[in-house]
Design a protein around this ligand. Structure first.
Ligand code: BG6
Length: 537
């Protein structure tokens, strides 16, 4: 077997902390406290592609807490040594061969251990509890635990129940007891998406969570919220005085939110068949972008104040009547076509996809928000796989000037195009304001130009990936970037009528689009009915 410099019996981890005190530009106002991170689903895709590399990179940035331990929990009979090899391969796979030779990686691997157990076997959780107690003593993890559920969603309820039954909803003994004889570390549970598959299942899962954990302990993931550009939406809106006065129905005509991917469903056919674009992207990521764009200023930049305002937006989204879903929602499925110069197969030809599948790989929805700020302003959202470009953006389209002063100008359409402000979430992260300018010369001729802010040139490199940000926030106990129970349930309420209509008539309105195009024609009709056209990012 591959070895990485640890004695097979040496599952004792380092005595010394992973990271020293922080004195870098990334210094945190609240450095994370010592803790153990328990990964359920440690042999899965998410753990190896995102989570283990993210923890390693946090160690490289010197921001992992003093006293840290990574514990894998899973069904497979792995030794501690094998778990370290798995972690090392994940780090090498992400950062390139040879990374494992670095001192930081060596230190990081020294914190890694493994507990084998079935997900529904109480005995496994007792072993996990014992291991965590031992790590409190040997690794100084302070009785603090993060349980990260990176398993298939069907396992979430059983893991949460068993954690509660094993008493793992409360932390281990920590330091000197207080006057009540109590002094325990904290416990946080991180739950990956999808959180439920509809409103009923999300409510049922919340009920299970509430039996074992307090809402303050629960961190529901939406990795879009941790993207720097997404966090910047609030700074852009509320740290600059000039936008808020025009951020409303008087000046804004409509909003377009696009998340386009060139990839197909890859190896995730089985999952995607159950999900589809509406559940996979719109119920979570795109509705989050919508709430950040539309929310009122919070009274403070605190988790609850921000989440209160976001929840109010979802609450104000006008319910779409099931019998009128076709007027508000469009779906499509990709067929063979050309993306990035290569011929790609259609969705029904993908691995683990039914040859007669009716799952949508593209969805476009028109939402209306019933409040004073947004009355009458459509928010169009669309997402799709196998589109021509990989891009996520929020485009705020302003109203046209009320009167065209430059009547003799040769504006191609005969009308001056409206200004728009485009927040480029990814790639080429930045913000562009598109305005009309005069083309130099004796005649008055207009041309749209962009005032462009680009992260790449204006600011330092983005320090953390989304998962690093989320892990760090969880360690410091900041829930701002995580979804609260009411938000998740409201988001399911918003998409429920569409899910219901599409479930009741799986073929109705399902059109196909060629891979490498911008989705079905019906999506263009959806906005054209309101006199609009989609941007071509
Ligand atoms: C995930 C979806 O949540 O987000 C995927 O399940 C999608 O289908 C991915 O590809 C997109 O994330 P990103 O960060 O690449 O835009």
């Amino acid at each position: 077997m591959d070895t990485i410099g640890y004695d097979e019996k040496d599952t004792t981890l380092r005595e010394t902390p992973v990271a020293g005190p922080v004195d870098s530009p990334l210094a945190l106002s609240h450095p994370p406290e010592p803790c153990a991170v328990v990964l359920f689903g440690v042999t899965g895709d998410l753990a190896s592609r995102k989570l283990i590399p993210a923890l390693y990179d946090l160690a490289c940035h010197d921001v992992l807490p003093l006293g840290f331990s990574l514990v894998g929990y899973g069904r497979k009979a792995l030794t501690g040594q094998e778990m370290r090899v798995l972690s090392r391969d994940a780090i090498d796979g992400f950062f390139g061969t040879g990374t494992a030779e670095t001192r930081t990686c060596h230190d990081m691997l020294g914190t890694v251990s493994y507990v084998q157990g079935e997900f529904d076997d109480p005995e496994g959780y007792r072993r996990l509890s014992d291991t965590l107690d031992q790590l409190d003593a040997s690794k100084h993890t302070g009785g603090n635990r993060i349980f990260y559920l990176a398993t298939p969603p069907s396992l979430f309820p059983v893991i949460i129940r068993r954690l509660g039954e094993a008493g793992l909803h409360q932390g281990g003994p920590a330091g000197t007891p207080d006057e009540h004889g109590e002094n325990r570390g904290w416990v946080r549970v991180v739950i990956e998406k999808p959180f439920g598959s509809d409103l009923d299942s999300a409510r049922a899962l919340d009920a299970v969570v509430r039996e074992a954990f307090d809402e303050r302990q629960v961190y529901r993931i939406d990795h879009y919220l941790a993207k720097e550009t997404v966090q910047n939406i609030l700074v852009f809106r509320f740290a600059n005085g000039i936008f808020e006065p025009i951020w409303n129905r008087r000046y804004i005509d409509h909003v377009q939110i696009t998340a386009a991917e060139t990839l197909g469903v890859e190896h995730r056919g089985a999952y995607y068949e159950e999900a589809g674009a509406l559940r996979d992207m719109i119920q979570n990521h795109l509705l989050q972008l919508l709430t950040l764009t539309a929310m009122e200023p919070p009274v403070a930049f605190s988790a609850d104040a921000v989440r209160d305002e976001k929840a109010k937006v979802l609450d104000a989204v006008r319910p779409i009547p099931v019998e009128r879903v076709e007027q508000f929602a469009v779906r499509g499925q990709y067929v063979q076509g050309t993306v990035d110069g290569a011929v790609v197969p259609g969705y029904r030809q993908e691995d683990r996809v039914a040859p007669d599948s009716t799952t949508e790989t593209f969805a476009a929805i028109k939402f209306l928000i019933d409040n004073w700020r947004w009355q009458g302003v459509p928010f169009y959202v669309r997402t799709g796989k196998r589109l021509p470009r990989h891009t996520t953006e929020i485009a705020i389209q302003f109203k046209r000037p009320p009167y065209l002063l430059f009547k003799d100008t040769d504006v191609p359409s005969g009308r001056v195009p409206p200004n728009n402000l485009v927040i480029r979430v990814q790639p080429e992260e930045g913000i562009a304001m598109n305005i009309e300018a005069k083309i130099p010369g004796p005649a008055i001729r207009l041309q749209p130009v962009a005032m462009n802010f680009s992260y790449g040139s204006a600011l330092e490199e983005l320090p953390f990936t989304a998962y690093e940000t989320l892990l760090l926030d969880c360690m410091v106990g900041d829930q701002t970037l995580f979804n609260r129970d009411d938000q998740v349930e409201e988001a399911w309420r918003v998409v429920s009528p569409i899910l219901e209509a599409w479930r009741n008539a799986p073929q109705k309105g399902l059109t196909v689009y060629e891979s490498g195009t911008w989705g079905p024609e019906a999506a263009d009709t959806l906005v054209a009915n309101d006199g609009h056209t989609w941007r071509r990012p």
